[in-house]
Design a protein around this ligand. Structure first.
Ligand code: GLU
Length: 495
């Protein structure tokens, strides 16, 4: 495929971009970049009732955060723009007129009460899911049943109308989906899809097809939930006399406990659902991207970590799985740890600093850098360097219950006191990890007890917890006065 590949990510601005939406954007991006093509962002904002003011900005910000820069979209100018459907209304009207003139669509004047009546009537006569279709349209008020002069009179008088697609009674719509193979639908199950609403704006189906054609889209890559819309789109392409783009419907994203990963499910399972959550929790964008790439795709070998360039090189729709892809949060955490560890101190320091400030802690860059070096391999996300290391900034307000029980026995206060006496003899300059460790070894040898018998209580005293980075380096960093104070406090509080 030459330079001509054109794909689009076409979100509706009805809410914050969720993680599944980002995967759709990513697969579009990887596919088109693999073929040297263009990545287009189109905002599908024709449903005014579901419009959310901040959504568009959030979607664009999220794509930028993830590094998915678009070649065309809101804010760029080209022969294909504008890229917001609300700015393209005339186009949809023009093609709706063409469909009506060619006998593939019609005006419908029915009020919502009349449609409701029709439904009730059919339900009573045993039709469980009545539709406005090839049968019922014949008894409704539309340009197929009303005399032509009456239709003209109503239109001239400015009466409200909608435009509906004239879906054929019995036809099989067949197309080949790159991921799913041959897909076929029977038109009998379809209703006469509304194309233009009474507010004059197009529905998703109409605008989507017109824009994919007008923008020269070669491949439609979107979530499986749109598969059932595809036959309507195929009819529209046919009736408008256009070739349909190639289609690829991506597998659903499943929750670890089964079923589609809905907002509610995600919440229950502690999985952040909006891209904004990942930004706020300071995830590494490379980790999220690497994780999402593997959510429904794989290179076919045992590589797990790949740069964006590598993923572009390897990506193909043929390798996307049909089956739902389970969102494994542990895996995402693993990726995040990986990418975080790859970054230099210089890169991470400003971010650590921001978290520290947010938490109300002030410390020098050197102090923060030492914390980072102690904590780096023990945390999953950048903010945890601070959140799990509060004892670097303040004395523990309380002691972890389990560790306390495990560490603090009858003979412990006397033992810890001996250690405290020992380290008090060290000068401020001597208060370093190595001598602090030697002193501890000396005490346990003299007392004939195991290392842990003293090490654990001291750790609990200094940090409030039973685990953490190297204790002696931690003590060195916290400093002589503060460390000794904490140990003395623990002896009196815990005895
Ligand atoms: N506007 C639709 C959405 O919100 C686009 C579906 C499609 O890609 O055709 O996902």
């Amino acid at each position: 495929m030459a330079d001509s590949t054109r794909v689009r990510f076409a979100p509706s601005p009805t809410g914050l971009l969720h993680i599944g939406g980002l995967r759709t954007a990513l697969y579009n991006y990887l596919f088109t970049k693999h073929h040297g093509g263009a990545f287009i962002v189109r905002i599908e904002d024709t449903d005014q009732s579901r419009y959310v003011e901040e959504a568009e900005q959030d979607i664009l910000d999220s794509l930028k955060w993830a590094g998915l820069n678009w070649d065309e979209g809101p804010g760029t100018e080209s022969q294909y723009g504008p890229y917001r459907q609300s700015e393209r209304s005339e186009l949809y009207q023009k093609y709706a007129d063409q469909l009506i003139a060619d006998g593939y669509a019609y005006y419908a004047f029915d009020t919502s009460e009349e449609i409701e009546e029709m439904r009730e009537r059919l339900k009573k006569s045993g039709n469980p899911s009545p539709k406005y279709d090839s049968i019922t349209r014949q008894s409704m008020k539309n340009s197929l049943t009303l005399p032509q002069d009456e239709v003209k009179r109503r239109l001239d008088a400015g009466e409200e109308y909608i435009v509906r697609l004239k879906v054929p009674r019995k036809e099989t719509v067949r197309f080949t989906d790159i991921i799913r193979g041959v897909v076929s639908f029977d038109t009998q199950g379809l209703d006469d899809q509304v194309l233009i609403k009474s507010d004059g704006l197009p529905t998703y189906h109409m605008a989507n097809v017109v824009d994919d054609h007008e923008m020269g889209i070669t491949h439609v890559i979107r979530g499986e939930e749109w598969l059932s819309s595809a036959p309507k789109h195929m009819l529209l392409y046919k009736y408008l006399g256009w070739d349909a783009p190639a289609m690829a419907h991506l597998p659903l994203i499943m929750s670890p406990s089964g079923g589609k990963l809905s907002k509610r499910k995600a919440e229950q399972e502690g999985i952040p659902i909006n891209v904004r959550d990942y930004v706020q929790q300071d995830y590494e964008p490379e980790a999220v991207i690497n994780f999402l790439t593997y959510l429904g795709w794989g290179p076919g070998d045992d590589r797990e970590v790949m740069s964006l360039e590598e993923m572009i090189k390897e990506f193909s729709l043929e390798r996307v799985s049909k089956a739902g892809a389970v969102f494994n949060f542990k895996k995402l955490t693993w990726y995040n740890e990986h990418y975080m560890r790859e970054k230099s101190d210089e890169e991470l320091l400003p971010r650590i600093k921001k978290v520290a400030e947010r938490e109300g802690y002030t410390a020098s860059d050197d102090y923060l850098k030492t914390i980072l070096s102690l904590m780096r391999d023990r945390v999953s996300r950048v903010p945890e360097v601070i959140e799990l290391g509060r004892y670097f900034f303040e004395a523990p307000a309380e002691y972890d219950e389990k560790s306390k029980k495990k560490a603090w026995k009858e003979q412990t206060p006397a033992l810890v006191q001996k250690y405290l006496d020992e380290i008090q003899s060290l000068s401020r300059d001597e208060f370093k990890a190595a001598p602090l460790k030697e002193k501890l070894s000396a005490v346990i040898e003299a007392e004939g007890v195991g290392f842990g018998k003293l090490m654990l209580p001291v750790r609990v005293a200094v940090t409030g917890m039973g685990f953490g980075p190297d204790l002696f380096e931690t003590m060195e960093l916290i400093g002589k006065q503060e460390t000794e104070q904490r140990i003395a406090d623990a002896i009196s509080k815990l005895s």
